[in-house]
Design a protein around this ligand. Structure first.
Ligand code: GTQ
Length: 317
């Protein structure tokens, strides 16, 4: 007697393949390889007036002895920690006078943009870098760093890191220094790790037009500030509106001064001094100064990373 050949089917095939940890690509091809970028992050504004009291309360409730980095992460409503955008992390860090956030070093790159306070410092790989409002301070990958405050008011700053990247790259190391502070000294020359606001604002004010963007460039070599994250500052004169821009890079913006709104696709974000907002990749973005005076904003983004991957594309949306 002959056995009738068994009827095969795709369902049957998929069932058997999955047991062997093999899965067909073709039903998923456009999901894993979409025709255009689809960011997971949503546009969102974090209101400094609401968050600042959280920073103060945390500082009353826990010391830097227990909270090595006393930070509120700014988590995108569509994602979880540590994602502010698909590729960027932002947080608000607080240090009280006399405290030390102890020394460590890690693979991720970090920058700080100082929101308030004076005579704070970050000691980076032996260099003591003083911090005041508007300054950007760099903590390159794998450089020892600790933070302190020699002033008489709290220091609060925005941290910007490429932490999301290190969640997928299994090469994320952190090392703790034996002592709370890594020995450091003030430089008496211009630092490659500190970019004072006064210097940036002078450049913005000297630039032509009602809207100006200045890229932060490494003092040492004129390049982007890191291999992954870059930064810019903007001036928007009263009533000024930026040209529409859509890019594969995502960004975190912080309002140094002024107020306005940013259209991200169909969403309108409204912002004022101290606020921080997330701009997902590949959405049409238009900024507008709706306030009574000039507006100045800081931004960090993943343009260097996108460039390194030959994936930086921009258009007018
Ligand atoms: O200051 O070293 O917001 O290691 C997150 C991780 C800050 C820091 C953050 C960090 C730091």
């Amino acid at each position: 007697m002959t056995v009738a050949p068994q009827k095969d089917s795709l369902d049957q095939l998929f069932e058997e393949a999955v047991v062997e940890h093999a899965e067909p690509l073709w039903p998923l091809l456009s999901a894993v390889s979409p025709p255009f970028p689809v960011a997971k992050a949503a546009p969102y504004v974090w209101d400094y007036e609401k968050l600042r009291p959280f920073c103060e309360r945390a500082a009353r409730l826990v010391g830097t002895d227990l909270a090595e980095r006393r930070v509120f992460m700014l988590i995108n409503p569509k994602l979880k920690a540590p994602y502010t955008t698909d590729t960027l992390y932002a947080g608000l860090q607080t240090i009280l006078p006399g405290e030390t956030a102890r020394a460590h070093r890690h693979s991720p790159f970090a920058l700080r943009f100082i929101i308030e306070g004076e005579r704070g410092f970050t000691a980076v790989e032996g260099e003591k870098v003083m911090m005041q409002r508007g300054d950007m301070v760099l903590t390159p990958s794998w450089e020892w760093h600790d933070h302190g405050n020699e002033g008489d008011r709290p220091m609060i700053w925005l941290d910007g890191l490429d932490l999301p990247l290190w969640q997928v790259l299994p090469s994320n190391f952190t090392e703790h220094y034996a002592n709370a502070r890594y020995p450091s000294e003030l430089l008496n020359t211009a630092s490659n790790r500190r970019y004072p606001w006064a210097e940036m604002q002078a450049k913005l004010d000297a630039a032509p037009g009602a809207v100006a963007e200045e890229r932060y460039r490494m003092r040492a070599n004129g390049g982007e500030i890191s291999a992954t994250i870059g930064a810019s500052a903007f001036r928007f004169d009263k009533g000024a509106k930026s040209a529409p821009l859509r890019e594969t890079a995502s960004a975190v913006m912080h309002v140094y001064e002024g107020s306005g709104q940013t259209r991200v696709g169909d969403t309108v974000l409204t912002w004022k001094q101290g606020d921080t907002f997330a701009l997902p990749a590949w959405q049409k973005i238009v900024h507008e100064n709706t306030g009574a005076g000039r507006a100045y904003l800081f931004r960090f983004d993943d343009r260097p990373l996108m460039s390194a991957l030959a994936a930086l594309r921009t258009d007018a949306g």
